[in-house]
Design a protein. Structure first.
Length: 190
């Protein structure tokens, strides 16, 4: 992190967040995401919405990390999935979510391990050794969550409900943001 910035100081912009992640190491990501306080208005320019399915909106994609804003309409949920071996932090920006975690037994059967609920500014963490999970927007409105992956996830395993097995899928973005300019650079364009 910047030597002139106190590491316990709250990060309040996406520029500060992406700079801290870029300068930090994987071991610091948990602290960084927990010291970040963003408002819905900070993320609205990255949001896109679809009635058919949640959207994956890329804010930053580097060799070290991936930052994605997921926009959910009421009732949207993911398939049960893993994270391709990478760490995942989910910061709820707005709304309320249900997370269901499963483990697969020796016969390949998925068993429910835990269900938890998260609201605005709460953070969940997931890594593949913990099992597989599903997220669901249970708010009676549109909701947003910010997902930090250390490193980017290009493929993962998704549970196919009809086949009752996991299948590999390639991940893609709904939208890709312009690179976030540093505050100094933004002022040059004003």
């Amino acid at each position: 992190m910047n030597s002139n910035k106190n590491t316990s100081e709250t990060l309040q912009t996406l520029t500060e967040l992406t700079a801290a992640l870029s300068e930090g190491e994987r071991a610091t990501y948990n602290h960084i995401i927990h010291t970040t306080k963003l408002q819905v208005s900070d993320l609205e320019r990255y949001a896109s919405w679809s009635d058919a399915c949640y959207t994956r909106n890329c804010i930053a994609d580097t060799e070290k990390f991936e930052l994605i804003l997921i926009c959910w309409c009421q009732g949207h949920k993911t398939a049960i999935h893993d994270h391709g071996g990478e760490e995942c932090w989910v910061k709820i920006i707005e709304g309320e979510f249900k997370e269901t975690i499963y483990k697969q037994d020796e016969e390949g059967v998925l068993n429910l391990v835990k269900t938890s609920f998260s609201k605005s500014n709460e953070i969940t963490y997931m890594k593949d050794f913990m099992g597989f999970h599903r997220l669901e927007n249970i708010a009676n409105k549109r909701s947003m969550s910010l997902h930090l992956y250390a490193k980017p996830i290009r493929t993962c395993n998704m549970f196919d409900e009809k086949l009752k097995t996991f299948v590999p899928i390639d991940l893609c973005y709904t939208t890709i943001a312009e690179p976030i300019l540093k505050e100094k650079e933004k002022k040059q364009y004003v």
